[in-house]
Design a protein around this ligand. Structure first.
Ligand code: CU
Length: 224
């Protein structure tokens, strides 16, 4: 989960999120190199007396400053598209769960696994157990097995919501009358916190998501 004064992303808990972190670092490297270069040009401009004031055009310089940015953009766009299509890929999930957004809580259905559904409400501050997180803890966790491709079908009952878990690299809109699907594989056990990410009304901030990833053996023996 996020911690105070955190600058970067949360630690990756799924392979797709790991890829996203690599893309972020790659893009930031390009940004820093360009910023350093621009800063260098600015210092040159303000410290050097202007010479060559008669020069009207330079074909060579114009070619370079047109082609070079295009190449840099392609170097960012290609890895980005790669991850975009990677995230879109739904390949034989081991389990499917359904998340339904309501004003203002999430409800889950595990009908693919066994006939079970439950509501997941935020734990109010006054009833928090010691050590649990304010505004992030819920009364019923969404339990999923680790290392198993899990599909989530996402929809809403009333208004737009969005099912988002940053550590898993998931953010999918919950639209009334429409069923969206996304897939992730939790790479290690843990609690992964998320929040509704589409302004959905007064209690939009108070419908968090807790994904609890456990080993497959524990998942099958434990009462969900
Ligand atoms: Cu919402």
């Amino acid at each position: 989960m996020a911690h105070p004064a955190q600058l970067g992303f949360q630690d990756a808990a799924s392979p797709v999120m790991e890829e996203l972190l690599y893309l972020h670092d790659h893009a930031m490297m390009v940004v820093f190199l360009i910023s350093a270069f621009v800063l260098y040009i600015i210092t040159l401009l303000i410290t050097t007396p202007l010479t060559h004031t008669d020069t009207m055009d330079s074909q060579m310089v114009e070619t370079v400053w047109t082609v070079l940015p295009a190449v840099i953009l392609i170097l960012i766009a290609l890895p980005s598209l790669r991850i975009l299509y990677l995230m879109d890929e739904i390949s034989t999930p081991h389990m499917t769960i359904k998340a339904i957004g309501h004003q203002w809580y999430w409800s889950y259905e595990y009908t693919d696994y066994e006939n079970m559904s439950f509501d997941s409400y935020m734990t109010p501050t006054q009833s928090l157990a010691p050590g649990t997180l304010r505004l992030l803890e819920v009364d019923h966790h969404t339990v999923i097995p680790t290392n198993s491709p899990t599909r989530v079908l996402i929809t809403a009952e009333d208004v737009l919501h969005s099912w988002a878990v940053p550590a898993l690299g998931i953010k999918t809109d919950a639209v009334p009358g429409r069923l969206n699907q996304t897939m992730f594989t939790a790479s290690h056990p843990g609690l992964f916190f998320g929040q509704c990410s589409e302004i959905c009304g007064a209690n939009h901030s108070f419908m968090p998501i807790v994904v609890e990833a456990t080993h497959l053996s524990a998942f099958e023996t434990d009462q969900l």
